[in-house]
Design a protein around this ligand. Structure first.
Ligand code: PMP
Length: 452
């Protein structure tokens, strides 16, 4: 190991507290220092190259060092690094908003910028809450969310989060919401089976709305894939059914596409698979192609109009983040959208999804693979200690991590969610890199699970 890597490791261990990381364990290992990127590869300070198998935590879209994004950023920093969006605008923020509305599901019209996914979720929650206040329905203050749902780590987002191990510690700080069952077919919370269930999990959302719609502002969920919940894939028809229930009972629908947006599921947005338009669409992560923090809460003219009034009525949406609409981030996002056009990303991903789905069939044959699921390039491979009983590996065994460690030895970087091995390569990953990612993952699962 070079002296430089050693020095960086020392500084890191001594001064950095890493997110979602048990630091006791982290401190015992030599840190991997990523300092370069090229296409679907990340390069560490020792020159080792790794396939970025989870898109740098689900953000990267066209790989690293994308000319369209690099140049857009460089050109923008020569003009302006930042200026507020409170009361004034800047060219990339205005142009990007227009471009986003052009690609969004029909009916969405207004873009509210923030910095990260959780902030954009907070905006969606507060906006839908206040919408009903302005509409003279002050009792509509609650939300419906799904078990296994995840919307970020700020307290509003945690209040509508459904992953106990992340969220239960903060319970006393949270506002009350209604929890509906997850659309988790492999471990169906209703004990049913698709398709004979008739997508009964969507029916459960409707039941809550039927009984409580007078106090419910909005339903919030991740369309098609509960990502952090374990890459859980919804049965087809679920989303449309929930949309119809929301319409029937006068409740807004918030779709959180922070993880599923920008081509990950094979369409620009996952709600496009069922031609559903939400009342509020939340975007983040892949918006800038994985370069810079930027998120957006995109809503309808109807929601926007409810906030219009004279100054002294104070109907204003009193919410904003310092870096909202940052011109460099917005320029990066415009570069990302240009790359979608230049590389025909959405057409080209179809062949990759087909290849991936074909390869994934083989994973099911492995002794400890209980379920293999995907929507587009979002993949979850659930490991179990016993396939018959679906008994999970005990947390102490850290089976997901064992697989990731094996993969790392073979120059593939992945990060599991408990016992679920996650693959989420950049949408623009070249076929040969995708093949390597799949092969190494297969071998790593086999080795890690069959060795114990
Ligand atoms: N929503 C979803 C669906 C997510 O997956 C995430 C992050 N993993 C977030 C919101 C929060 O985004 P951020 O980490 O940018 O705050």
């Amino acid at each position: 190991m070079s002296d430089r890597t050693k020095k960086l490791g020392t500084y890191d261990r001594e001064f950095v507290w890493h997110p979602f990381t048990q630091m006791k364990e982290y401190e015992e290992r030599d840190p991997v220092v990523i300092e370069g990127g090229e296409g679907s590869y990340l390069i560490d300070s020792e020159g080792r190259r790794y396939i970025d198998g989870v898109s740098s935590l689900w953000v990267n879209i066209h790989g690293h060092k994308v000319p369209e994004i690099d140049n857009a950023i460089k050109e923008q920093v020569d003009k302006l690094g930042h200026s507020t969006l409170l009361g004034v605008t800047n060219p990339p923020a205005a142009e990007l908003a227009k471009e986003l509305i052009d690609i969004c599901p029909p009916g969405l019209k207004k873009v509210f910028y923030s910095g990260d996914g959780a902030s954009a979720v907070e905006v969606a929650l507060k906006m839908s809450f206040q919408y009903w206040q302005h509409k003279n329905k002050p009792r509509k203050t609650k939300f419906v969310y799904l078990e296994n749902g995840y919307h970020g780590d700020t307290l509003g987002a945690v209040s509508v989060g459904g992953i106990d191990i992340f969220h239960s510690a903060f319970k006393p700080l949270l506002f009350e919401s209604f929890q509906a069952p997850s659309y988790y077919c492999y471990r169906c919370p209703l004990g049913k089976e698709y398709p004979s269930c008739g997508v009964a999990c969507a029916g459960e959302v409707e039941k809550i709305l039927k009984e409580h719609h007078e106090e419910i502002a909005a339903v919030i969920l991740e369309p098609y894939v509960q990502a952090a919940g374990g890459m859980i894939v919804s049965p087809p028809g679920y989303l449309r059914q929930v949309r119809e229930s929301c319409d029937k009972y006068g409740v807004l629908l918030i779709l959180d596409e922070v993880a599923t947006g920008f081509g990950r599921t094979g369409k620009m947005f996952a709600c496009g698979h069922e031609d559903v338009t939400p009342d509020l669409l939340v975007l983040g992560k892949g918006l800038t192609g994985g370069y810079l923090p930027l998120s957006a809460t995109i809503t309808t003219q109807d929601v926007y109009d409810a906030f219009l009034g004279d100054y002294e009525e104070f109907k204003t949406f009193f919410h904003g983040h310092s870096y909202a609409g940052n011109p460099v981030s917005c320029a990066a996002a415009r570069g990302n959208l240009a790359a979608f056009e230049n590389y025909n990303t959405l057409q080209n991903v179809e062949e990759k999804i087909e290849y991936l789905e074909d390869e994934l069939k083989e994973f099911s044959g492995l002794r400890h693979v209980g379920d293999v699921r995907n929507k587009g390039l979002m993949v979850g491979i659930e490991l179990v200690s016993d396939k018959e009983t679906k008994e999970p590996f005990p947390a102490k065994m850290k089976m997901g991590w064992k697989v990731a460690e094996q993969a790392m030895e073979n120059e593939v970087l992945i990060r599991p969610l408990g016992n679920v091995v996650v693959l989420m390569p950049p949408v623009g990953i070249p076929m040969e890199d995708l093949k390597k990612l799949v092969r190494v993952t297969y071998d790593s699962i086999k080795k890690a699970t069959e060795e114990q």
